[in-house]
Every structure is written in structure tokens, then in C-alpha cells.
Design a protein. Structure first.
Length: 98
């Protein structure tokens, strides 16, 4: 159950990040309709400037989160262990000292 949840989150993150880059729009792989519905949060079938701004901000936040995640994920296997978290904390503390 937990593994499935993890998998879903991973897929979601990949999806959101892949749909952020405009170069990706050139490829047909993207479900434009689904993307549109994601941005159109009040479901009135148009994207307002406000909705667009929120979408971009949200994606930027996600990208930042992914970078942080990758920095903690020392062996880049897509999962953070307690050891990796401790290592990250140690590195962070050393950085604070210097
Ligand atoms: Ca709308
Ligand atoms: Ca890891």
C-alpha cells in the first residue's frame, strides 16, 4: 500500500516536471487536455492569468523540491533513507560552520 503510494507520487512528480518544460510540448506524448484541466482549477474551461500564474509558481516550487530531494538522495535511487537524511544534515551543519 505504502509502496503504491510512493510510486504514484513519483509518477506525479515526473509528470508535473516533464509538463513544465515548454520544449516537451513539442512532443505528442503529453496529454494536453489533462494538462489543461490541471491548470484550469475552477473548471470553467478557460485558463485565466491567475490560474496560469498559480500553475507556474506551483511548478517552480516542485522543481525546487525535486532539487532538494535529489541532493538528499545521495545514491540517486529515488528514495531517501534515514542514513541519507543524516548525511545531508551533517553536510548541512558543516556548511553552516564554515
Ligand atoms: Ca479557469
Ligand atoms: Ca537513496
Amino acid at each position: 500500500m505504502i509502496d503504491l503510494k510512493k510510486k504514484i507520487i513519483k509518477v506525479l512528480i515526473t509528470l508535473i516536471i516533464s509538463t513544465t518544460s515548454f520544449s516537451a510540448l513539442a512532443h505528442d506524448e503529453i496529454n494536453l487536455k489533462g494538462k489543461f484541466q490541471n491548470i484550469d482549477t475552477n473548471n470553467d474551461e478557460t485558463i485565466s492569468l491567475e490560474e496560469f500564474k498559480n500553475f507556474v509558481l506551483e511548478n517552480r516550487r516542485m522543481n525546487r523540491l525535486e532539487r532538494i530531494f535529489n541532493r538528499i538522495d545521495n545514491n540517486s535511487n529515488g528514495e531517501i533513507t534515514i542514513e541519507e537524511l543524516e548525511l545531508f544534515q551533517k553536510k548541512f551543519r558543516e556548511k553552516q560552520k564554515s
